[in-house]
Design a protein around this ligand. Structure first.
Ligand code: 5AD
Ligand code: SF4
Length: 445
């Protein structure tokens, strides 16, 4: 009997957690079509790019990697190459991809991700390339199970899109307006995940605190969060991202009263200067942000805060940049994602005068990174001698260590004889190195 080989897929993802999770949805679609995953591009029958466009370097990165496939496609004409994600949703980008990379077979977007299976069938039946994009967001789609590869954590979308239009940001243009999933769908998914043994659930949305703002549900985010945390089982809950303007006391009370919710809040501030914040259209001042932090810590003294920070926004002066450093110190961030402002065509900030020279941006980002690293290191040192509970995520074969994060996001490493992935492990920390903690496992469950 003739042996039929299983078809293989390889997905390359750029950007945020949202994209990583959407790649899991794509993997789900492909696996239901009989494909299996491969790490080896040369073995793949379909290579899929899930692109990001939030900063220029994410785009350049994807362009470089797509370009590299020209030879592979020439050697193996049956190889299907598909480009999806956020970049294809940008005005005119699909055209550029078509011109630059004529060997790409399918171009689709994040707004019609659910069509992937049909597009593959269609392309297999015709020679002609396919460009299938939806310009505006449609109804919320309830997907068949994604093929998750993030155990013991599971990402769960609670909403899509963004209404905030921060002046630098392209997300609202490529992901459309806010749409929320129904609470019953989210809760059913979470219950199932806990039953399957997932030990951490991360609720995802561009701005989780405006959950339901599209009128699709009356349930506010804090109530949804509480319901997720009340699902029976031994697991923890995270959520991201929170816009500071919508971060409320009700939410903090829910966190305090439900110990499954991690005391780590990702609360992007972007800048510490009021004029810059106004130009960014963030709709809070540095003082208001600091008040939210104070409110949070009054309920949860142990709460840690992480952030996103941008340097070199158009017109940002040296003094205004210093305000960002001052605020970062005052909040005492546990860590932060630091970004150099990237001009995105179509956004309001792209039209602003006084774009900051690259050299100045570089100096500023270096100083900011140095500060954030110092804050993180200082905190790590305080862990030495203490016990910390981490959720073991993975095993590093080369170093022969298991590792995972505590509820505050700090990475702990340890050795063990048995497989610990998916276990809550208590470590006695004997050494801190930069942001990493090392210790001995004293118990696990
Ligand atoms: N340039 C630099 N950083 C950006 N971000 C969003 N748009 C830009 C841009 N044009 C950052 C913000 C946001 C994070 C997801 O990406 O800090 O919170
Ligand atoms: Fe972009 Fe602002 Fe929306 Fe975040 S809140 S996705 S930074 S527009």
């Amino acid at each position: 009997m003739e042996k039929t080989e299983q078809k293989k897929y390889h997905i390359i993802t750029y950007g945020c957690q949202m994209n990583l999770h959407e790649s899991e949805k794509m993997a789900g679609i492909l696996s239901r079509k009989g494909y299996v995953a491969t790490d080896d591009k040369t073995q793949a029958d379909i290579i899929l790019f899930n692109t990001c466009c939030i900063r220029e370097n994410a785009e350049n990165h994807a362009f470089g990697n797509i370009g590299e496939l020209k030879k592979l496609k020439k050697d193996k004409p049956s190889l299907l190459i598909a480009v999806g994600g956020c970049m294809t949703q940008e005005t005119g980008k699909a055209q550029i991809i078509r011109q630059k990379f004529p060997f790409v077979d399918i171009i689709f977007g994040n707004l019609n991700l659910e069509e992937l299976g049909e597009l593959i069938d269609k392309k297999s039946a015709q020679k002609k390339k396919i460009v299938a994009l939806r310009e505006r967001e449609g109804e919320v789609i309830e997907y068949d199970p994604p093929l998750r590869n993030s155990y013991p954590n599971a990402w769960v979308n609670i909403m899509y899109g963004c209404n905030n239009f921060c002046s630098y940001c392209i997300v609202p243009y490529v992901r459309g307006r806010e749409r929320s999933r129904k609470p019953e769908h989210i809760l059913a998914e979470c219950e199932q995940l806990v039953k399957e043994g997932y030990r951490e659930i991360t609720l995802l949305g561009q701005n989780v605190n405006s959950y339901g703002s599209d009128g699709s549900t009356d349930m506010p985010f804090y109530e949804l969060l509480e319901k997720v945390a009340q699902i029976e089982g031994d697991f923890r809950v995270r959520f991201m991202t929170s816009h500071p303007k919508d971060f409320t006391e009700e939410l903090v009370k829910v966190i305090k009263n439900n110990r499954k919710i991690c005391h780590l809040i990702h609360l992007p501030v972007q800048s510490g200067n009021d004029r810059v914040l106004k130009e960014m259209n963030r709709r809070y001042t540095a003082g208001e942000y600091l008040n939210k932090v104070k409110m949070l810590r009054s309920y949860l003294p142990d709460a840690e805060i992480t952030s996103d920070l941008i340097v070199g926004f158009p017109g940002e002066t040296d003094e205004e940049f210093e305000d960002t450093l001052t605020l970062a110190k005052e909040v005492n961030f546990a860590s932060a994602f630091t970004f150099v402002y990237s001009k995105r065509t179509g956004t309001k900030a792209a039209q602003m005068p006084n774009q900051i020279p690259e050299e100045v941006q570089k100096q500023r980002i270096m100083r900011l990174v140095e500060l954030i690293n110092a804050l993180t290191r200082e905190k790590s040192a305080k862990y030495v001698g203490k016990e910390v509970e981490i959720l073991c995520e993975d095993y590093d074969e080369k170093k022969n260590v298991y590792f995972g994060r505590d509820e505050y996001g700090r990475m702990g490493y340890f050795t063990a004889e048995q497989n610990c992935i998916g276990k809550f492990v208590t470590l006695k920390i004997d050494r801190a190195n930069g942001v990493s903690l090392y210790g001995e496992a004293v118990s696990m469950r």
